[in-house]
Write a protein that binds this ligand. Structure first.
Ligand code: AQP
Length: 334
């Protein structure tokens, strides 16, 4: 049976990039033929240090963001990774399958570990094996993600293939990435060569899902751009990454194509484009922001929903973990 799995780290407040690259797609994929399973991956978040009180709040805030963006806990399984121990257990098994060299090649490890990689946590290096466990604990067949996660997904496929080969069984599926749409890589508002990121030190680089209308308008007004007028189609934006980014954001938020947007703004400058973009962004995001704050006013209800999701996730993952242990020659749990 087709099954979709994806996750988001509670390593900061969620951004417009997380919304367009992930959450919006998660909601759209519900009600199709595939079962949808969505996870707040807190075990990934702690691969870099998190303040415990802040982390607790961000896990609940992420759950609220999923639901506010349209993920319905009645139609999808929505849960928190550390509450389903099969993820950590399967990750250990995959640590014995994956090779150290595979991990050192990951660009996200290089970026996040920085120059002093000897001092990065072991968890940051092993991150992709845990991600493979997240996905394969459900035998997920497809994973909707932004462009930045493509390399990690290839590693999940490599782990599944090596496991199947080493043990001579067709045990895990070779999962497909779903990287679709014009906003699979939303860029920073301050630097068109960097992706918009929740952990970027500059708050002006991103739009947070908790930003109010004035803040959104102000960040868009101050977004880095060039002085040229807009061309009539995307071909004309090849060497203008900041302009291209803003047009793509507009298109993704209004469910139009970038060329449709440009046909309306051809010949106009950012003085006209930015206020229009701000209006579209506020219209799309303000209902989500409002819904998030409503949901966050009842943390006990969020915990109840996550607890229910964890029970349903566990019911799928536990038997797959037990089968995996059996394949490897480990004795099954009493
Ligand atoms: N800028 C982006 N454009 C499109 N999609 C994006 N995603 C992240 N940034 C963008 C997608 O959001 C999902 C969740 O990502 P994550 O929480 O696993 O962390 P990340 O990919 O490392 O994203 P961040 O926001 O930059 O977090 P930090 O700063 O903690 O590393 C994924 O599907 C991702 O592709």
């Amino acid at each position: 049976t087709p099954r979709i799995f994806s996750g988001i780290q509670p390593s900061g407040g969620l951004t417009l990039g997380n919304y367009l690259g992930a959450l919006k797609r998660f909601a759209e994929l519900q009600g199709g033929e595939a079962e949808t399973i969505y996870c707040i991956v807190d075990l990934h978040a702690i691969t870099v240090w998190q303040d415990p009180e802040v982390l607790r709040a961000r896990i609940r805030e992420a759950a609220a963001a999923f639901m506010a963006a349209g993920v319905d806990p009645a139609r999808s399984v929505l849960f928190n990774q550390s509450q389903v121990s099969a993820h950590a257990e399967l990750a250990w098994l995959f640590n014995t399958v994956a090779r150290v060299g595979w991990m050192y090649r990951m660009t996200q490890f290089k970026d996040k570990a920085g120059k002093n990689s000897e001092n990065a946590s072991l968890g940051l290096l092993a991150y992709p094996a845990l991600m493979a466990a997240d996905i394969l604990a459900y035998r997920a067949t497809a994973v909707p993600v932004g462009e930045d996660q493509k390399q990690h997904l290839e590693l999940t496929r490599d782990i599944a293939a090596k496991f199947n080969h080493d043990y001579g069984v067709e045990h895990f599926p070779i999962t497909q990435p779903l990287i679709e749409g014009v906003a699979t890589r939303v860029m920073s508002l301050r630097d068109g060569s960097k992706k918009m990121s929740k952990s970027d030190p500059s708050d002006a680089s991103r739009i947070n899902l908790t930003d109010d209308a004035d803040t959104i308008a102000q960040k868009i007004r101050k977004a880095r751009t060039d002085a040229d007028p807009l061309p009539g189609s995307m071909d004309g934006l090849k060497d203008r990454p900041e302009a291209k980014n803003l047009v793509n954001i507009y298109a993704a938020l209004s469910d139009e194509t970038p060329d449709q947007i440009l046909s309306r703004f051809e010949g106009q400058g950012f003085g006209a484009f930015k206020p229009a973009l701000a209006e579209v962004a506020v219209a799309a995001l303000s209902p989500i922001t409002a819904k998030m704050s409503e949901l966050m006013s009842d943390p006990a209800e969020i915990d109840r929903i996550l607890g229910d999701g964890a029970d349903r996730a566990e019911a799928i993952a536990r038997p797959i973990l037990e089968e995996t242990k059996d394949v490897m020659g480990l004795l099954s749990t009493r």
